[in-house]
Design a protein around this ligand. Structure first.
Ligand code: PAP
Length: 340
């Protein structure tokens, strides 16, 4: 049997296993040297990797794996967001824009699947070590999502011409939305404590300001590759922002489509009220990385300015001052109410 193809296969799979174990050991060694904080969660540590905070060592391991394995093609589109900035909404809008000629609105996948099931979250594959989809077997273009910071993006994403859409939101609503989301799991520390941590930059994928500034500066340097959107602008002027989004993605609406009211149909399908009330988004759970959460947790209020119901005037003032200092000279500002 020596030298037979079967033996060669056994030897190579053992070598693969050895290599995987070596890699995993070396990742764990690196992780054991990273700064940690007992933060936000009642149990477990957060880890800081490449300047940003992750909710577990496993999450960092996943990011390292993604940096090594994920590739994007020039035609693919990557949605990036800081958590709670409008990911679910943008996933729905971008999926609908990209696939508008494939599906009828009466039998649209968004009526029967969560937006998170339709647009893959890269960290989900990474954390569970599920092989990324083999791009050669998939139609082009594909739509992916990640929360990772600009400076941590896998090199093939930077090297390719794939387009990146970044959605951000005013930090006060982001903090409140994150806090309410985690509160649903009954593992979160009290609001005041979580607020302190957020202000120190210690939140999942934080610091918030470094995350937004990374993509803001990159979007100024390469506007043809990175579209920087704000949740408040999409709320205030959905029509204009959805048209802008479609053009950037390479799927502009024709005047005929506009005349047929297609943009309005997409806006209506993806609206907070419509999605939240669908059975598929009200029941059942979904995996986000290594944890499972109710699908309904992604639909809370969907408003601009809900922070006013949760933060004191002092807290609001404190975040404003931090942002003023951190974003100074960048040209990036946030509106935190519906009026501006
Ligand atoms: P994620 O980053 O963890 O995936 P993400 O979707 O960004 O979460 O954030 C959820 C927020 O978007 C929630 O905000 P809130 O807590 O202030 O209410 C959620 O209500 C809001 N949201 C979800 N879907 C929509 C939508 N279709 N339109 C507007 N806002 C939405």
């Amino acid at each position: 049997m020596a030298g037979s193809p079967e033996n060669a296969m056994v030897l190579s799979s053992t070598a693969d296993e050895d290599e995987k174990q070596r890699e995993s050991r070396s990742k764990r060694e690196i992780i054991s040297t990273l700064p940690t904080e007992k933060a936000w969660k009642i149990q477990g540590l957060m880890y800081q990797y490449q300047g940003f905070w992750y909710y577990s060592g496993g999450a960092v391991e996943g990011v390292m794996w993604m940096q090594k394995c994920f590739k994007a093609r020039n035609e693919d589109v990557l949605l990036v967001s800081f958590p709670k900035c409008g990911t679910t909404w943008l996933k729905s809008l971008m999926f609908s824009i990209m696939n508008r000629t494939r599906y009828d609105f009466s039998a649209h996948p968004l009526l029967t699947s969560s937006p998170h099931e339709l647009v893959p979250f890269l960290e989900f594959y990474a954390e569970q070590n599920i092989p990324f989809p083999d791009l050669d077997t998939l139609s082009s273009p594909q739509l992916f999502h990640t929360h990772i910071a600009f400076t941590s993006l896998p090199q093939p994403v930077i090297d390719s011409q794939c387009r990146i859409v970044y959605i951000c939101r005013n930090p006060k609503d982001v903090f409140v939305s994150s806090f309410c989301f985690l509160s649903r799991w009954n593992i979160v520390v009290p609001l005041e404590e979580a607020f302190e941590l957020f202000c120190k930059g210690i939140s999942v994928y934080g610091p918030f300001w470094d995350h937004v500034l990374g993509y803001w500066k990159a979007s100024l340097a390469s506007p043809q590759r990175i579209l920087f959107l704000k949740y408040e602008d999409v709320k205030r002027d959905s029509l204009c922002q959805v048209k802008r989004l479609a053009e950037f993605m390479g799927f502009p609406f024709s005047s005929e489509e506009e005349g047929q009211g297609l943009i309005h149909e997409i806006m209506e399908l993806c609206s907070f009220e419509n999605l939240r009330n669908l059975k598929v988004n009200k029941t059942g759970a979904i995996s986000v990385g290594n944890v499972s959460t109710g699908k309904d947790t992604f639909f809370r209020k969907g408003e601009v300015g809900d922070w006013k119901n949760h933060l004191t005037a002092e807290m609001a003032d404190r975040i404003d001052r931090i942002m003023e200092e951190k974003l100074k000279g960048s040209g990036l500002t946030f509106s935190d109410s519906c009026d501006s």
